[in-house]
Design a protein around this ligand. Structure first.
Ligand code: ATP
Length: 202
């Protein structure tokens, strides 16, 4: 049985950057839940219908996901955001399990921004939490996505704070700079491999 390692962290903490290091250096298959969710929303008609039922016809314009409308609807309305995530999450989970079946590796990494918020951390064998100072994260995302500070702060408000996430994590990676990141993930990779071996023996 392949182990599932959840990888999470706040917006701009460096989840994808860290996940890519595991893929590059240890050939660990990585599943980026946010990217997959976007693909599913773009292509799965049944999912699209459920989103329209929640948010209205405006959620899609000529068959395309109306991201600016949806963001406006959900990022200042926590209840709607939770409902939207609850609609999308089961599709992503099913897609992830299907994907995992076709992988050959001691473990796979599931990277998800809302691993805790969605409850999917419960299905993980181990959890890696990536952290970076709030101000640094905001600056990174402003630079990467060309969006304003207010929009990012709104999104951060809807996520759990780092302290609560750290309490439930197996490993924490401090990604305030690129320094020693490879050493850090090497240590974590070795520990995960040890724990997988121990579990197999018991
Ligand atoms: P999101 O939650 O928005 O998906 P993320 O947590 O996956 O973000 P990344 O996309 O990996 O974060 O990183 C955000 C930006 O910060 C990227 O442009 C990335 O190149 C940069 N970055 C990542 N790690 C560092 C670091 N240690 N120092 C400086 N910049 C970094």
């Amino acid at each position: 049985m392949i182990a599932t390692v959840g990888l999470t962290g706040g917006i701009g903490s460096g989840k994808t950057t860290i996940a890519n290091l595991f893929a590059l250096h240890f050939s660990i298959p990585i599943y980026i839940a946010d990217t997959k969710a976007k693909e599913l929303v773009a292509n799965n008609k049944q999912l699209q219908q459920e989103i329209v039922t929640l948010l209205g016809e405006e959620a899609f314009v000529e068959g395309r996901y109306n991201t600016s409308f949806v963001a406006q609807e959900v990022f200042s309305n926590k209840e709607k955001l939770d409902k939207l995530n609850a609609i999308i999450h089961p599709y992503v989970q099913q897609d992830f399990l299907q994907w995992k079946q076709s992988q050959q590796a001691p473990y796979v990494i599931k990277e998800a921004a809302i691993l805790f918020e969605s409850g999917s951390y419960r299905d993980c064998d181990f959890i890696i939490m990536v952290t970076a100072p709030l101000e640094e994260r905001i600056k990174r995302v402003m630079l990467r996505d060309k969006i304003d500070r207010k929009t990012i702060e709104k999104r951060i408000k809807n996520q759990w704070n780092d302290e609560n996430k750290i309490k439930l994590s197996t490993f924490v990676i401090d990604n305030r700079d690129f320094d020693r990141n490879l050493d850090k993930i090497q240590t974590i990779h070795c520990k995960i491999m040890e724990m997988i071996d121990e579990n197999a023996e018991n």
